[in-house]
Design a protein around this ligand. Structure first.
Ligand code: SF4
Ligand code: MSK
Length: 649
């Protein structure tokens, strides 16, 4: 729920670890994101309603009752829609460029230039190659990987044909996209097209613009992110259930602490391995450290958690707080969600801030440009430097909060298939049966960031708790998963206690927890595939929009979340956001997104800041879908005669 920090004495978060460090920072006069949020109040109404246009230098223009159109004549509808589209383009670019980086690594590995990187999951490689009709007969795994990398790289450029990865979606959903002419023909070209359409004097019809936005968002979810997840699994392994710990209490007083933060898993993967290298452990001992503690923030955290079980120090809003513990020797960042404020915090401590992406530099941070072939050497070098920095830690200033929590993560679709199917057959059948007979009411993805506009973690935790209580299974990614993990919702035992009776019964019987952590932001593609797998298993309709499912982002902040929301809506799903998109300046755009869209794609947006009301809204939607599927009618058990049996077969 929104919090008015100025007028209330309410703490910034439901997490005591956050509150303690924010208080400590205020005592030390070190501003954090919550303080800067206050200095920005009141936030610009033209910005939050979406009616400020600065797309050309006749402007900037702002729509008011006195000035209902911009200098060029653009209406509020056009301006609001164009601004939204540019957010979708940026979000799609971020996810997809992340995917491209991974494809480059896959190609290098296939050419023997990948240093210590290897093909970690050959089965996933073969499955992907088979799906995309790459000839495997007589070829080595490296050759197949090379061809798959080439195929994935082709997904970025313009093609006359729609992206083949769209074929991963259910056929009816694909047909809907075709009919609406929103199939992307290449990720980069979809982004370029959006930038072109939103240039001054090009596309002015808000409906046409929004449909263009959906097309670009599909290039994010069903292409760029799908490629990123698949290649990560091939290179680093498909996640399996794994135990670990979360929250700032995972930082160790007696060890060197290295934080990995950002999104791309390439360097962090090597850091995870190098931290166990006997040479590094011996060096740690020499430096007086009891070991090397690598912990993550944001989605890099989720990547190394899912595959190595490395602990998570926190989500997006905890990045500054990790440094404020005084116990971090080095923070290594790459791309996305890295606050430019970090050097201002590190300069008050001994922490070294190292930026590792050639496209992302932070003023006053050290820069190393990461090279895949030398990945392991880079990792060892950075660990050595962090160990050297251990001596500079001021023990008197160390204030690691005691809060930490156990968790289980690693629920890829492959794992869920396996767990549901037992030893003999991979299947989603037990899940579908439980949905059909009503023991599980539906499936909801709770994803996205944290945001100082919202009491941190509160909305994520309340929504997830409400949903499992009402027998809805929850899938999670990103910072939302970290928020829920911090209160124990990713511990099967604790979550089962909070789950409704019938959900608990199913989860116990098939051995899955009621809240499943599926990975990082790009791994929202796994949620798309989970919904597709449920649909393909049968008995729950023909189209993603038939399913009793929904998405939610109660505390979102990033343009990537805007793109994610749109690809879920374009795929036929309800998406409930904790605070609205910047569209309220156009009644028409808002109505299109929150009402009329349901007639177009089957999906739509809704805004609801109160997580309990959001749960009500989601459950109402789920029951509506169940009614339409006819699975809410009490079904009498009936013995079939031979004729009926034959008809069924
Ligand atoms: Fe103003 Fe039109 Fe230029 Fe936008 S594009 S800044 S509305 S003149
Ligand atoms: S890290 S995009 S704050 S979820 Fe993926 Fe978290 Fe949002 Fe970044």
């Amino acid at each position: 729920m929104a919090v008015d920090l100025e007028k209330s004495s309410q703490s910034v978060s439901s997490d005591p670890a956050i509150n303690k460090l924010v208080d400590a920072a205020r005592t030390d006069d070190i501003p954090t994101v919550w303080d800067r949020y206050l200095t920005q109040q009141p936030q610009c109404k033209f910005g939050t309603t979406g009616v400020c246009c600065r797309l050309c230098h006749m402007g900037p223009c702002r729509i008011t009752s006195k000035a209902p159109v911009g200098i060029c004549g653009a209406t509020a509808d056009t301006i609001v829609a164009r601004n939204l589209l540019r957010e979708i383009a940026a979000g799609t670019a971020a996810h997809s460029d992340h995917g491209r980086m991974l494809v480059k690594t896959l190609k290098l590995v296939s050419e023997g230039k990948g240093g210590e990187y290897k093909l970690a999951d050959i089965r996933r490689l073969h499955e992907a190659a088979a799906f995309f009709e790459i000839e495997m007969e007589g070829k080595s795994d490296l050759e197949i990987a090379g061809e798959l990398a080439d195929f994935f790289m082709e997904q970025f450029a313009y093609s006359n044909e729609p992206n083949p990865t769209l074929k991963l979606a259910p056929e009816k959903t694909q047909a809907m996209w075709k009919k609406l002419e929103i199939e992307p023909h290449g990720v980069d070209s979809a982004i370029v097209e959006l930038m072109h359409r939103t240039h001054m004097g090009v596309d002015h019809d808000y409906k046409h613009l929004i449909m263009g936005g959906l097309k670009c968002s599909l290039a994010d979810g069903w292409v760029g992110s799908m490629v990123a997840t698949t290649v990560s699994d091939i290179l680093f392994g498909t996640p399996k259930p794994i135990r670990s710990k979360v929250n700032l209490g995972v930082l160790a007083e007696d060890k060197v602490n290295i934080i990995v933060h950002g999104h791309e898993p390439t360097l962090s993967e090597m850091l995870a391995i190098a931290s166990q290298d006997p040479e590094m452990l011996a060096y740690a001992k020499k430096k007086g450290s009891n070991g090397i503690n690598i912990a993550g923030i944001c989605c890099t955290a989720n990547e190394v958690l899912m595959r190595h079980g490395l602990p998570i120090a926190g989500n997006f809003l905890q990045q500054e707080l990790a440094i404020l513990t005084g116990a971090v020797e080095m923070m290594i960042v790459d791309v996305q969600c890295v606050m430019p404020s970090l050097p201002e915090v590190t300069k008050c401590f001994h922490t070294r801030l190292v930026s590792t992406s050639e496209i992302a530099q932070t003023f006053n941070a050290e820069q190393i440009t990461f090279d895949v072939e030398k990945g392991y050497e880079h990792a060892k070098h950075l660990i050595r430097e962090a160990l050297d920095n251990f001596a500079n830690r001021d023990k008197a200033r160390v204030r690691i909060p005691s809060e930490s929590m156990d968790l289980v993560a690693g629920f890829s679709n492959e794992t869920i298939f396996h767990m549901l199917g037992g030893r003999f057959r991979s299947t989603f059948r037990p899940l579908n049966d439980a949905i059909i007979d009503g023991r599980i009411r539906g499936v909801v993805g709770i994803v996205g960031c944290s945001n100082p506009k919202v009491r941190t973690d509160d909305a994520h935790v309340t929504l997830a708790t409400e949903l499992i209580k009402r027998n809805v299974i929850v899938l999670q990614t990103g910072c939302a998963a970290i928020a829920c993990a911090k209160v124990g919702l990713l511990t099967p035992e604790a979550a089962l206690e909070k789950a409704g009776d019938s959900l608990r019964e199913v989860c116990e019987a098939v051995g899955i927890p009621p809240v499943l952590h599926m990975g990082s932001c790009v791994d929202n593609s796994r949620i798309l595939m989970a919904a597709t797998n449920v649909l393909n298993e049968g008995g729950l309709g023909q189209d993603l929009s038939d399913l009793p499912v929904a998405g939610a982002a109660p505390e979102w902040m990033s343009e990537k979340a805007v793109a994610i929301g749109h690809y879920f809506v374009a795929s036929g799903m309800l998406v409930v956001l904790g605070h609205p998109l910047y569209v309220s300046g156009s009644e028409n755009v808002e109505k299109l997104l929150t009402e009329e869209m349901e007639e177009i794609t089957g999906g739509k947006f809704a805004w609801e800041p109160d997580p309990v009301k959001a749960a009500d809204m989601i459950c109402e939607h789920i029951e509506k879908k169940r009614d339409a599927l006819g699975i809410n009618q009490k079904r009498e058990r009936k013995l079939l005669d031979m004729k009926e049996r034959r008809e069924l077969e």
